[in-house]
Design a binder for this molecule. Structure first.
Ligand code: URA
Ligand code: CA
Length: 433
Protein backbone atom coordinates (compact mmCIF):
# COMPACT_ATOMS: atom_id res chain seq x y z
CA UNK A 1 0.00 0.00 0.00
CA UNK A 2 1.22 3.54 -0.74
CA UNK A 3 0.23 6.67 1.18
CA UNK A 4 0.05 8.52 -2.15
CA UNK A 5 -2.85 6.30 -3.22
CA UNK A 6 -4.71 6.72 0.09
CA UNK A 7 -4.48 10.52 -0.25
CA UNK A 8 -5.57 10.57 -3.89
CA UNK A 9 -8.47 8.25 -3.15
CA UNK A 10 -9.76 10.60 -0.42
CA UNK A 11 -9.15 13.57 -2.71
CA UNK A 12 -11.31 11.91 -5.37
CA UNK A 13 -14.12 11.21 -2.89
CA UNK A 14 -13.76 7.44 -2.82
CA UNK A 15 -14.51 5.83 0.55
CA UNK A 16 -11.43 4.47 2.33
CA UNK A 17 -11.27 0.95 3.74
CA UNK A 18 -10.39 0.03 7.31
CA UNK A 19 -7.04 -1.31 6.03
CA UNK A 20 -6.18 1.99 4.35
CA UNK A 21 -7.05 4.02 7.46
CA UNK A 22 -5.06 1.63 9.68
CA UNK A 23 -2.12 1.86 7.25
CA UNK A 24 -2.11 5.65 7.55
CA UNK A 25 -2.45 5.81 11.35
CA UNK A 26 0.10 3.05 12.01
CA UNK A 27 2.58 4.51 9.54
CA UNK A 28 2.17 8.05 10.81
CA UNK A 29 2.52 7.04 14.48
CA UNK A 30 5.74 5.12 13.73
CA UNK A 31 7.18 7.95 11.66
CA UNK A 32 7.17 6.00 8.38
CA UNK A 33 4.68 8.44 6.85
CA UNK A 34 5.99 12.02 6.81
CA UNK A 35 4.13 15.12 8.01
CA UNK A 36 3.62 16.43 4.47
CA UNK A 37 1.61 13.38 3.46
CA UNK A 38 -0.35 13.41 6.71
CA UNK A 39 -1.09 17.12 6.12
CA UNK A 40 -2.39 16.40 2.64
CA UNK A 41 -4.52 13.60 4.07
CA UNK A 42 -6.04 15.87 6.75
CA UNK A 43 -6.77 18.56 4.16
CA UNK A 44 -8.43 15.99 1.89
CA UNK A 45 -10.61 14.88 4.82
CA UNK A 46 -11.33 18.50 5.70
CA UNK A 47 -12.56 19.18 2.17
CA UNK A 48 -14.21 15.83 1.36
CA UNK A 49 -15.50 14.67 4.77
CA UNK A 50 -15.70 11.02 5.86
CA UNK A 51 -18.53 8.49 5.99
CA UNK A 52 -19.73 7.29 9.39
CA UNK A 53 -17.90 4.03 8.81
CA UNK A 54 -14.63 5.79 7.95
CA UNK A 55 -14.94 7.93 11.08
CA UNK A 56 -15.38 4.83 13.26
CA UNK A 57 -12.34 3.17 11.63
CA UNK A 58 -10.23 6.30 12.12
CA UNK A 59 -11.25 6.48 15.78
CA UNK A 60 -10.36 2.84 16.48
CA UNK A 61 -7.09 3.12 14.57
CA UNK A 62 -6.13 6.00 16.90
CA UNK A 63 -7.28 4.04 19.98
CA UNK A 64 -5.06 1.14 18.86
CA UNK A 65 -2.05 3.42 18.27
CA UNK A 66 -1.23 3.38 22.00
CA UNK A 67 -2.14 2.09 25.46
CA UNK A 68 -5.71 1.62 26.56
CA UNK A 69 -7.03 1.55 30.11
CA UNK A 70 -8.73 -1.60 31.27
CA UNK A 71 -11.47 -0.77 33.77
CA UNK A 72 -13.01 -4.24 33.74
CA UNK A 73 -12.03 -4.85 37.37
CA UNK A 74 -14.35 -2.05 38.44
CA UNK A 75 -17.85 -3.30 39.21
CA UNK A 76 -20.74 -1.83 37.26
CA UNK A 77 -21.15 0.19 34.08
CA UNK A 78 -18.42 2.84 33.85
CA UNK A 79 -19.89 6.00 32.38
CA UNK A 80 -17.68 8.91 31.40
CA UNK A 81 -18.77 12.48 30.78
CA UNK A 82 -16.96 14.70 28.32
CA UNK A 83 -17.47 18.37 27.64
CA UNK A 84 -16.22 19.91 24.42
CA UNK A 85 -14.88 22.81 26.46
CA UNK A 86 -16.38 25.95 27.84
CA UNK A 87 -15.91 28.84 30.22
CA UNK A 88 -16.57 28.32 33.92
CA UNK A 89 -17.72 24.77 33.21
CA UNK A 90 -17.81 23.32 36.72
CA UNK A 91 -19.92 20.28 35.81
CA UNK A 92 -17.31 17.52 36.24
CA UNK A 93 -16.55 18.59 39.81
CA UNK A 94 -20.23 18.30 40.61
CA UNK A 95 -21.20 15.28 38.52
CA UNK A 96 -18.41 12.99 39.69
CA UNK A 97 -19.51 12.89 43.36
CA UNK A 98 -23.18 13.41 42.51
CA UNK A 99 -23.63 10.34 40.31
CA UNK A 100 -21.22 8.35 42.50
CA UNK A 101 -23.63 9.04 45.37
CA UNK A 102 -26.07 6.83 43.41
CA UNK A 103 -23.42 4.09 43.09
CA UNK A 104 -22.55 4.90 39.47
CA UNK A 105 -18.78 4.23 39.24
CA UNK A 106 -16.84 7.30 38.08
CA UNK A 107 -13.29 6.44 37.01
CA UNK A 108 -12.15 9.71 35.55
CA UNK A 109 -8.94 10.55 33.81
CA UNK A 110 -8.63 14.30 33.49
CA UNK A 111 -6.36 16.95 32.09
CA UNK A 112 -5.16 20.44 32.90
CA UNK A 113 -6.62 23.53 31.34
CA UNK A 114 -5.25 25.47 28.41
CA UNK A 115 -6.26 28.96 27.26
CA UNK A 116 -9.62 30.18 28.51
CA UNK A 117 -10.92 26.67 29.22
CA UNK A 118 -10.30 25.44 32.75
CA UNK A 119 -9.13 21.92 33.54
CA UNK A 120 -10.68 19.68 36.17
CA UNK A 121 -7.29 18.76 37.67
CA UNK A 122 -6.31 22.39 38.21
CA UNK A 123 -9.60 23.03 39.95
CA UNK A 124 -9.23 19.98 42.22
CA UNK A 125 -5.65 20.92 43.06
CA UNK A 126 -6.87 24.16 44.59
CA UNK A 127 -8.01 21.95 47.48
CA UNK A 128 -4.96 21.81 49.80
CA UNK A 129 -3.24 18.42 49.57
CA UNK A 130 -5.39 17.00 46.77
CA UNK A 131 -3.41 14.84 44.36
CA UNK A 132 -4.25 13.07 41.11
CA UNK A 133 -0.92 11.25 40.96
CA UNK A 134 -1.39 7.59 41.83
CA UNK A 135 -0.75 4.11 40.55
CA UNK A 136 -3.41 2.65 38.29
CA UNK A 137 -4.07 -0.16 40.78
CA UNK A 138 -4.77 2.35 43.56
CA UNK A 139 -7.04 4.29 41.25
CA UNK A 140 -9.12 1.19 40.54
CA UNK A 141 -9.19 0.28 44.23
CA UNK A 142 -10.48 3.77 45.09
CA UNK A 143 -13.25 3.58 42.50
CA UNK A 144 -14.36 0.20 43.82
CA UNK A 145 -14.28 1.54 47.39
CA UNK A 146 -15.84 5.00 46.97
CA UNK A 147 -17.30 4.86 43.42
CA UNK A 148 -15.27 7.92 42.46
CA UNK A 149 -11.64 8.81 41.75
CA UNK A 150 -9.82 11.17 39.40
CA UNK A 151 -6.37 10.40 38.01
CA UNK A 152 -4.05 12.53 35.85
CA UNK A 153 -3.15 11.44 32.32
CA UNK A 154 -1.25 8.15 32.57
CA UNK A 155 0.28 5.90 29.96
CA UNK A 156 0.76 6.58 26.31
CA UNK A 157 -2.87 7.04 25.25
CA UNK A 158 -3.70 7.75 21.58
CA UNK A 159 -0.24 8.92 20.44
CA UNK A 160 -1.61 9.12 16.88
CA UNK A 161 -4.11 11.75 18.00
CA UNK A 162 -1.43 13.79 19.80
CA UNK A 163 0.73 13.88 16.70
CA UNK A 164 -2.16 14.54 14.32
CA UNK A 165 -3.72 17.24 16.49
CA UNK A 166 -0.43 19.15 16.58
CA UNK A 167 -0.15 18.82 12.80
CA UNK A 168 -3.76 19.95 12.25
CA UNK A 169 -3.09 22.97 14.45
CA UNK A 170 -0.54 24.33 11.96
CA UNK A 171 -2.20 23.21 8.73
CA UNK A 172 -5.64 24.82 9.17
CA UNK A 173 -7.35 21.45 9.56
CA UNK A 174 -8.52 21.53 13.18
CA UNK A 175 -12.06 22.58 12.40
CA UNK A 176 -13.23 19.43 10.63
CA UNK A 177 -16.09 17.41 12.09
CA UNK A 178 -14.72 13.92 11.25
CA UNK A 179 -11.29 14.88 12.62
CA UNK A 180 -12.60 16.50 15.83
CA UNK A 181 -15.11 13.71 16.48
CA UNK A 182 -12.56 10.92 16.01
CA UNK A 183 -9.97 12.81 18.08
CA UNK A 184 -12.28 13.26 21.08
CA UNK A 185 -13.85 9.80 20.87
CA UNK A 186 -10.50 8.02 20.54
CA UNK A 187 -9.40 9.50 23.87
CA UNK A 188 -12.63 8.57 25.66
CA UNK A 189 -12.57 5.02 24.31
CA UNK A 190 -8.90 4.52 25.17
CA UNK A 191 -9.70 5.69 28.72
CA UNK A 192 -11.95 2.66 29.08
CA UNK A 193 -15.52 3.94 29.48
CA UNK A 194 -18.44 1.60 28.73
CA UNK A 195 -20.79 4.52 28.26
CA UNK A 196 -20.12 8.11 27.25
CA UNK A 197 -22.26 11.18 27.90
CA UNK A 198 -21.13 14.11 25.78
CA UNK A 199 -21.81 17.75 26.58
CA UNK A 200 -21.40 19.52 23.26
CA UNK A 201 -21.27 23.26 23.76
CA UNK A 202 -22.64 25.82 21.36
CA UNK A 203 -22.09 29.60 21.19
CA UNK A 204 -19.27 32.13 21.61
CA UNK A 205 -17.35 30.18 24.27
CA UNK A 206 -17.60 26.87 22.41
CA UNK A 207 -15.45 25.14 19.84
CA UNK A 208 -18.46 25.18 17.55
CA UNK A 209 -20.08 28.61 17.48
CA UNK A 210 -23.26 27.73 15.58
CA UNK A 211 -25.97 25.38 16.74
CA UNK A 212 -25.97 23.60 13.38
CA UNK A 213 -22.25 22.79 13.60
CA UNK A 214 -22.57 21.72 17.24
CA UNK A 215 -25.38 19.36 16.30
CA UNK A 216 -23.30 17.85 13.49
CA UNK A 217 -20.40 17.30 15.86
CA UNK A 218 -22.70 15.71 18.45
CA UNK A 219 -24.22 13.39 15.85
CA UNK A 220 -20.78 12.43 14.56
CA UNK A 221 -19.53 11.49 18.04
CA UNK A 222 -22.69 9.60 19.01
CA UNK A 223 -22.51 7.62 15.77
CA UNK A 224 -18.86 6.70 16.35
CA UNK A 225 -19.45 5.62 19.95
CA UNK A 226 -22.42 3.44 19.17
CA UNK A 227 -20.72 1.88 16.13
CA UNK A 228 -17.75 0.77 18.22
CA UNK A 229 -19.88 -0.66 21.02
CA UNK A 230 -19.96 2.13 23.61
CA UNK A 231 -23.34 3.45 24.65
CA UNK A 232 -23.07 7.12 23.70
CA UNK A 233 -25.38 10.10 23.82
CA UNK A 234 -24.95 13.86 23.63
CA UNK A 235 -26.56 16.94 25.11
CA UNK A 236 -26.16 20.20 23.21
CA UNK A 237 -25.85 23.05 25.70
CA UNK A 238 -25.56 26.81 25.62
CA UNK A 239 -22.11 28.39 25.94
CA UNK A 240 -22.66 31.97 24.75
CA UNK A 241 -22.14 33.20 28.33
CA UNK A 242 -20.06 31.48 31.04
CA UNK A 243 -21.74 28.57 32.84
CA UNK A 244 -22.81 29.25 36.42
CA UNK A 245 -21.29 32.23 38.19
CA UNK A 246 -17.72 31.32 39.08
CA UNK A 247 -14.77 31.23 36.65
CA UNK A 248 -11.44 30.28 38.21
CA UNK A 249 -10.14 27.27 40.06
CA UNK A 250 -10.83 27.66 43.79
CA UNK A 251 -13.88 29.79 42.99
CA UNK A 252 -15.32 26.91 40.98
CA UNK A 253 -14.65 24.41 43.78
CA UNK A 254 -16.74 26.63 46.05
CA UNK A 255 -19.42 26.83 43.35
CA UNK A 256 -19.38 23.03 42.98
CA UNK A 257 -19.91 22.58 46.71
CA UNK A 258 -22.83 25.03 46.68
CA UNK A 259 -24.36 23.13 43.78
CA UNK A 260 -23.89 19.76 45.51
CA UNK A 261 -25.91 21.24 48.39
CA UNK A 262 -28.67 22.21 45.94
CA UNK A 263 -27.75 25.90 46.30
CA UNK A 264 -25.87 26.43 43.06
CA UNK A 265 -26.60 28.71 40.11
CA UNK A 266 -29.72 27.73 38.19
CA UNK A 267 -28.11 27.00 34.81
CA UNK A 268 -25.26 24.96 36.26
CA UNK A 269 -27.65 22.95 38.45
CA UNK A 270 -29.96 22.25 35.52
CA UNK A 271 -27.11 21.14 33.24
CA UNK A 272 -25.76 18.83 35.96
CA UNK A 273 -29.18 17.27 36.49
CA UNK A 274 -29.63 16.80 32.72
CA UNK A 275 -26.22 15.21 32.16
CA UNK A 276 -26.35 13.34 35.46
CA UNK A 277 -29.72 11.73 34.66
CA UNK A 278 -28.34 10.48 31.35
CA UNK A 279 -25.31 9.01 33.14
CA UNK A 280 -27.45 7.30 35.77
CA UNK A 281 -29.71 5.76 33.13
CA UNK A 282 -26.74 4.60 31.00
CA UNK A 283 -25.33 2.95 34.14
CA UNK A 284 -28.68 1.18 34.78
CA UNK A 285 -29.20 2.84 38.16
CA UNK A 286 -32.60 4.22 37.18
CA UNK A 287 -35.14 3.12 34.61
CA UNK A 288 -36.12 6.57 33.39
CA UNK A 289 -34.61 10.04 33.16
CA UNK A 290 -37.31 11.34 35.50
CA UNK A 291 -36.50 8.76 38.15
CA UNK A 292 -32.77 9.49 37.81
CA UNK A 293 -33.34 13.22 38.15
CA UNK A 294 -35.43 12.76 41.30
CA UNK A 295 -32.76 10.60 42.88
CA UNK A 296 -30.02 13.11 42.04
CA UNK A 297 -32.07 15.99 43.36
CA UNK A 298 -32.76 14.04 46.57
CA UNK A 299 -29.04 13.44 47.17
CA UNK A 300 -28.35 17.16 46.78
CA UNK A 301 -30.95 17.88 49.42
CA UNK A 302 -30.24 15.08 51.92
CA UNK A 303 -26.48 15.79 52.03
CA UNK A 304 -25.35 12.51 50.42
CA UNK A 305 -23.84 14.24 47.37
CA UNK A 306 -21.77 16.57 49.52
CA UNK A 307 -20.76 13.71 51.82
CA UNK A 308 -19.50 11.84 48.73
CA UNK A 309 -17.47 14.89 47.71
CA UNK A 310 -15.87 14.89 51.18
CA UNK A 311 -14.99 11.19 50.94
CA UNK A 312 -13.56 11.76 47.46
CA UNK A 313 -11.36 14.68 48.56
CA UNK A 314 -10.08 12.84 51.63
CA UNK A 315 -9.32 9.66 49.67
CA UNK A 316 -6.99 11.63 47.39
CA UNK A 317 -5.09 13.41 50.15
CA UNK A 318 -7.12 16.62 50.13
CA UNK A 319 -8.22 18.61 53.17
CA UNK A 320 -11.90 17.67 53.36
CA UNK A 321 -12.55 20.42 55.91
CA UNK A 322 -12.92 22.80 52.91
CA UNK A 323 -16.43 21.38 52.51
CA UNK A 324 -17.59 22.87 55.81
CA UNK A 325 -15.18 25.80 55.73
CA UNK A 326 -14.56 27.12 52.18
CA UNK A 327 -12.30 29.84 53.64
CA UNK A 328 -9.61 27.13 53.73
CA UNK A 329 -9.45 27.37 49.91
CA UNK A 330 -6.92 29.78 48.38
CA UNK A 331 -8.34 33.29 48.40
CA UNK A 332 -7.22 36.27 46.30
CA UNK A 333 -6.04 39.46 48.02
CA UNK A 334 -8.40 41.81 46.20
CA UNK A 335 -12.11 41.64 45.46
CA UNK A 336 -12.92 44.35 42.92
CA UNK A 337 -16.41 45.01 41.61
CA UNK A 338 -17.24 45.95 38.04
CA UNK A 339 -20.12 48.44 38.30
CA UNK A 340 -22.70 48.70 35.50
CA UNK A 341 -22.21 51.90 33.54
CA UNK A 342 -25.94 52.15 32.77
CA UNK A 343 -29.27 50.69 33.85
CA UNK A 344 -31.11 48.09 31.78
CA UNK A 345 -30.98 44.38 31.00
CA UNK A 346 -27.87 42.31 30.41
CA UNK A 347 -27.97 41.29 26.76
CA UNK A 348 -24.60 39.67 26.23
CA UNK A 349 -21.64 38.37 28.25
CA UNK A 350 -19.29 36.99 25.60
CA UNK A 351 -18.14 33.69 27.09
CA UNK A 352 -14.71 33.26 25.48
CA UNK A 353 -13.73 36.90 26.07
CA UNK A 354 -14.77 36.71 29.71
CA UNK A 355 -12.81 33.47 29.97
CA UNK A 356 -9.77 35.29 28.55
CA UNK A 357 -10.17 38.04 31.15
CA UNK A 358 -10.08 35.37 33.89
CA UNK A 359 -6.99 33.92 32.22
CA UNK A 360 -5.29 37.35 32.27
CA UNK A 361 -5.93 37.54 36.01
CA UNK A 362 -3.91 34.31 36.21
CA UNK A 363 -6.69 31.69 36.37
CA UNK A 364 -5.71 30.01 33.09
CA UNK A 365 -2.61 29.13 31.10
CA UNK A 366 -1.66 31.11 27.99
CA UNK A 367 0.83 28.33 27.12
CA UNK A 368 1.32 24.81 28.47
CA UNK A 369 4.26 26.06 30.56
CA UNK A 370 2.46 28.96 32.31
CA UNK A 371 1.93 28.83 36.06
CA UNK A 372 -1.61 29.46 37.20
CA UNK A 373 -2.95 31.21 40.27
CA UNK A 374 -5.58 28.94 41.81
CA UNK A 375 -7.18 31.73 43.86
CA UNK A 376 -8.04 34.25 41.17
CA UNK A 377 -10.93 34.56 38.74
CA UNK A 378 -14.34 36.14 38.28
CA UNK A 379 -17.70 35.76 39.94
CA UNK A 380 -20.66 36.96 37.89
CA UNK A 381 -23.29 38.83 39.88
CA UNK A 382 -25.51 39.23 36.81
CA UNK A 383 -26.23 36.94 33.89
CA UNK A 384 -27.87 37.43 30.52
CA UNK A 385 -31.53 38.42 31.02
CA UNK A 386 -30.97 39.97 34.47
CA UNK A 387 -32.04 43.52 35.20
CA UNK A 388 -29.30 45.82 36.45
CA UNK A 389 -29.17 49.35 37.89
CA UNK A 390 -26.39 51.75 37.01
CA UNK A 391 -23.59 51.33 39.55
CA UNK A 392 -24.66 47.83 40.60
CA UNK A 393 -21.95 45.17 40.42
CA UNK A 394 -21.98 43.12 37.20
CA UNK A 395 -19.24 40.87 38.45
CA UNK A 396 -16.45 40.67 41.02
CA UNK A 397 -12.82 40.28 40.04
CA UNK A 398 -10.78 38.15 42.44
CA UNK A 399 -7.24 39.34 41.83
CA UNK A 400 -3.82 39.13 43.37
CA UNK A 401 -2.75 42.51 42.02
CA UNK A 402 -4.60 45.81 42.10
CA UNK A 403 -3.70 46.86 38.61
CA UNK A 404 -6.73 45.50 36.75
CA UNK A 405 -7.82 48.51 34.66
CA UNK A 406 -7.06 46.85 31.33
CA UNK A 407 -8.91 43.71 32.31
CA UNK A 408 -11.88 45.77 33.47
CA UNK A 409 -11.97 47.57 30.12
CA UNK A 410 -11.85 44.28 28.32
CA UNK A 411 -14.78 43.04 30.39
CA UNK A 412 -16.81 46.20 29.68
CA UNK A 413 -16.23 45.68 25.96
CA UNK A 414 -17.74 42.22 26.20
CA UNK A 415 -20.79 42.89 28.34
CA UNK A 416 -23.75 44.55 26.63
CA UNK A 417 -26.60 46.22 28.49
CA UNK A 418 -29.77 47.22 26.69
CA UNK A 419 -32.91 49.14 27.64
CA UNK A 420 -35.31 46.44 26.53
CA UNK A 421 -36.22 43.26 28.34
CA UNK A 422 -34.01 40.29 27.40
CA UNK A 423 -34.94 36.62 27.86
CA UNK A 424 -32.33 34.40 29.44
CA UNK A 425 -30.98 32.02 26.78
CA UNK A 426 -32.21 28.45 26.35
CA UNK A 427 -29.77 26.16 28.14
CA UNK A 428 -30.42 22.76 26.55
CA UNK A 429 -30.67 22.79 22.76
CA UNK A 430 -31.22 19.12 22.24
CA UNK A 431 -30.33 15.56 23.08
CA UNK A 432 -28.80 13.25 20.46
CA UNK A 433 -28.95 9.50 20.83
N1 URA B 1 -10.54 18.64 21.05
C1 URA B 1 -9.91 17.48 20.74
O1 URA B 1 -9.59 16.71 21.64
N2 URA B 1 -9.65 17.20 19.47
C2 URA B 1 -9.99 18.02 18.46
O2 URA B 1 -9.72 17.69 17.33
C3 URA B 1 -10.64 19.21 18.78
C4 URA B 1 -10.91 19.50 20.08
CA1 CA C 1 -18.87 28.08 36.77
Amino acid sequence: MRMYDVISKKRDQVELTKEEIDFFIEGYTKGDIPDYQASAFCMAVFLRDMSEEERAHLTMAMVNSGDTIDLSSIDGVKVDKHSTGGVGDTTTLILAPLVASLDVPVAKMSGRGLGHTGGTIDKLESIPGFSVEMEKEDFIKLVNQNKVAVIGQTGNLTPADKKLYALRDVTATVNSIPLIASSIMSKKIAAGADGIVLDVKTGAGAFMKSEEESRKLAEAMVSIGNRVGRKTMAVISEMSQPLGKAIGNALEVKEAMDTLKGKGPEDLTELCLTLGSQMVVLANKASSLEEAREKLRANMENGKALEKFKTFIKSQGGDERVVDDPSLLPRASYQIDLPASESGYVKEMVADEIGKAAMLLGAGRATKESEIDLAVGLVLNKKVGDQVQKGESLLTLHANHEDVEEIKNRLYENITITENHVDSPTLIHGVIK
